[in-house]
Write a protein that binds this ligand. Sequence first.
Ligand SMILES: *Cc1c(COP(=O)(O)O)cnc(C)c1O
Length: 349
Amino acid sequence: MLPEPVLEGAAEDIREVFNSGMSVLEVSHRGPEYEKIHRQARERLLKLMGLSETTHAVFFLGGGASLQFAQVPMNFLSAGQSADFLHTGEWPGRAIEEARFFGTARVAGSSSDTRFDRIPRSIQFDPSARYVHLCTNNTIEGTHWSTLPDTGSVPLVLDASSDFLGRSIDYSRAGLVFAGAQKNLGPAGVTVVVARRDWIEKEARKDVPAILSYRNLIKHDGLYNTPPVFGVAVVARVLEWLEGQGGVAAVQERNRRKAELLYAALEAHPEVFEIPVIQTGDRSWMNVVFRLKDPSREAAFLKGAQAQGMDGLKGHRSVGGLRASIYNAFPEAGCRVLADYLHRFARGV
Ligand SMILES: *Cc1c(COP(=O)(O)O)cnc(C)c1O
């Protein structure tokens, strides 16, 4: 979901942006209108993350979070070098596969033995790893890291696609953070990358095609080629909305309450519902993953939900079951409606 005021603002921008006589869909990415949008998006983003322009670079790129699975190792990993991965689900699994084209992808911790139903507790980091890849929130499996592990002097690379600016995370501990915008931050088609300038300047490879080189992006102040202009304009509006909500700390409180409402409703009926993630501290605040004890009732569950105006409750196609994705813009009232439905479904009324 996107917040209503953001949709209205985006519609206005499509008609005319900054009294320019042009639609945001028409302006040049080198013109003053886009320059302003880009600057606003970048400033708001860093402020909400608690970072600064002097230490961190921001890029708005295409290619999705999936491109970052390849672009990060392409820039920071060579044959004979190794990076550590925390294998907590489908998305980190894909990042591991991509990194293997460039160097060694070592698994420092994994919960694959238990079908990714938890955040691994037993982790062995390699102190000489180039970086540690960690997915802050596992969208498909419904787990999140409640705290980031200590990686010593090895930089963290965070895939924050599904909880970016949805809870307070100490982003200053990361060398690089990336997030596809479409879950928590804006429309599909733009990916946010925030990286420590000194890490890129000191450690990034130079033998990388210009279009994929973080060094080259820094050199061009993030505007090497045409960015996804409209997507960035919507992201800028989402960030403005987020500021108006009181920032990440305020939104986090609401997100925690929203998730707790749903987990409590599910736990109230253990004979009907199952939550695969047992450890409460590992449970995602963004993706509430659950199953019916009797899977043959799933179609009826979904049909009943649809009749109440609730859509998109099917689990990811790779794991099945059910999932409520309750990103930043999803209202608390919506969670109350779903919690109420869960209770009624369980009681058969
Ligand atoms: C959705 C998702 C991705 C993939 O995003 P694309 O933008 O489709 O490439 C990667 N990581 C996480 C954690 C996700 O939730």
